[in-house]
Design a protein around this ligand. Structure first.
Ligand code: SME
Length: 160
């Protein structure tokens, strides 16, 4: 049984350090990408407060395709450059969106989403997936979250 969980009262920096450590421990002996993404989605959901969606889109044949996630059913395919996820995938840059309604072309999978963080997963210089986090609260994510999830993305890139 895994008992990975955030500790009450810990700082955001500590939270991300623990999240990264738990992620490494979960995936280190497992080569299956789907199993790893499923566990990582669960881990993100468990560690980060105030989420309504957490998961992966994978780059397949030049478009993003829905991967393992927790949350409401979501749009399955996203063209590059479309929405927050497609922008992260086409630019290779993290998208920190405090107000999704102000993001041109935002794709509303869950009407409750108000802010979003999308981090590309890069392997050998190419975007192979994105990690997508949605929150029902405006400005839920900050630069510390972006850096934490970027570190996670780098740590898992060879395992998904
Ligand atoms: N909001 C995303 C679409 C994916 S869902 O949030 C799960 C976007 O604009 O790309």
């Amino acid at each position: 049984m895994f008992t990975f969980a955030p500790t009450e009262g810990q700082s955001k920096a500590e939270l991300h350090t623990d999240l990264l450590e738990a992620a490494r421990a979960l995936i280190q002996d497992e080569p299956d990408a789907v199993a790893n993404m499923a566990n990582l989605a669960a881990l993100l959901w468990q560690f980060l407060p105030d989420l309504n969606w957490a998961g992966f889109y994978r780059m397949i044949d030049g478009e993003l395709v829905l991967g393992p996630f927790i949350g409401k059913p979501a749009c399955i395919r996203i063209p590059l450059g479309r929405g927050v996820c497609g922008t992260a995938a086409s630019t290779g840059a993290t998208q920190l969106v405090p107000d999704v309604h102000a993001f041109p072309g935002h794709i509303a999978c869950d009407a409750a989403s108000r802010s979003e963080l999308v981090v590309p997963v890069i392997r050998n210089g190419a975007v192979i997936a994105v990690i997508d986090l949605d929150s029902p609260s405006p400005a839920c994510f900050d630069a510390e979250d972006a850096h934490g999830v970027e570190a996670l993305a780098a740590a898992i890139a060879s395992r998904i």
